[in-house]
Design a protein around this ligand. Structure first.
Ligand SMILES: NC(=O)c1ccc[n+]([C@@H]2O[C@H](COP(=O)([O-])OP(=O)(O)OC[C@H]3O[C@@H](n4cnc5c(N)ncnc54)[C@H](OP(=O)(O)O)[C@@H]3O)[C@@H](O)[C@H]2O)c1
Length: 254
């Protein structure tokens, strides 16, 4: 059994790979030897990550796509296979949210959150899984959140979408275990990225939140990647349908 995070010759797709946690995951997968396709809407951010990966001597590809346009989702898999011949790893990391009380969230806001966080993850996973079957198996890691299992005010539909993604993780794991496709989730606590900037850029709110985190601080994006890499390696061959929370002890403290 290998004890390193070696992913040499593996091909990975990372959604939302242009910034934040997805960027850190993409760089770490490349450091571990994988060829990486990053996808998001912001082409400049994708190009920057691809340049960083190529500067390491690894192979990378930028695929501009809006996950709300379901017609673009097959293109992500097709372009990856055209470039790298297969798909071994899919990281469903892209997500949308709005900071609104439930009373104020518009219906189209609800749709955007569920379309990106759940529907796109499902459609892309199913297409990627068909390629993984040809390669003899694969790994899917869905990025959820502690909010999938803990209620809170202000982002209720985001929490609900991540709870749905957590259950989708389990159901895909059960249906695809026989295909040698392991499906797991990683649930970060509050992490310092553009996504959470409205929270951590306010010192009073950040202090109130960190007071409840046993580690006493937010996570940095790089601190989320270890769990993701582990789940992509042979070390995690018998782990499927699980969630690893990377939250500084936050859930243990509720
Ligand atoms: N930061 C936190 O505190 C925290 C905590 C728990 C869980 N998480 C989870 O961690 C993951 C990454 O979050 P992050 O903090 O790194 O967020 P981020 O910095 O805002 O990055 C989100 C990524 O998703 C992409 N994305 C959003 N909407 C998209 C769409 N319609 N189509 C394609 N790509 C889209 C964004 O790219 P474009 O805008 O260019 O499309 C971006 O690359 C998410 O699943 C989030 O729920 C974050």
């Amino acid at each position: 059994m290998p004890t390193t995070f070696d992913l040499t010759d593996k091909v990975a797709i990372v959604t939302g790979g242009g910034r934040g946690i997805g960027r850190s995951i993409a760089l770490a997968l490349a450091d571990s030897g994988a060829k990486v396709a990053v996808t998001a809407r912001s082409k400049d951010q994708l190009d920057s990550v691809v340049q960083e990966i190529r500067a390491k001597g690894r192979e990378a590809l930028a695929i501009e796509a809006d996950l709300m346009e379901t017609g673009r989702i097959p293109v992500i898999v097709e372009e990856t296979v055209n470039a790298f011949q297969k798909v071994d790893i899919l990281i469903n990391n892209a997500a949308r949210s709005f900071m609104r009380p439930l009373m104020d969230l518009r219906e189209d806001g609800y749709d955007k959150i569920f379309d990106v966080n759940v529907k796109a993850a499902f459609l892309l996973s199913r297409l990627a899984a068909k390629e993984m079957m040809k390669a003899g198996g694969g790994r899917i890691v869905n990025i959820t959140t502690v909010g999938a299992v803990r209620g809170g005010a202000g982002m209720g539909i985001y929490h609900a979408s991540k709870a749905a993604l957590t259950m989708l993780t389990k159901c895909m794991a059960v249906e695809w275990a026989g295909l040698n496709i392991n499906v797991n989730a990683v649930g970060p606590g509050l992490t310092r990225t553009p996504f959470s900037q409205p929270i951590w850029s306010n010192p009073e709110i950040e202090a109130a939140i960190t007071a409840r985190i046993p580690k006493g601080r937010l996570a940095e994006p790089e601190e989320v990647v270890g769990a993701v890499l582990f789940l992509c390696t042979e070390n995690a061959q018998y782990i499927t349908g699980e969630t690893i929370y990377v939250d500084g002890g936050s859930l243990a403290n509720t």
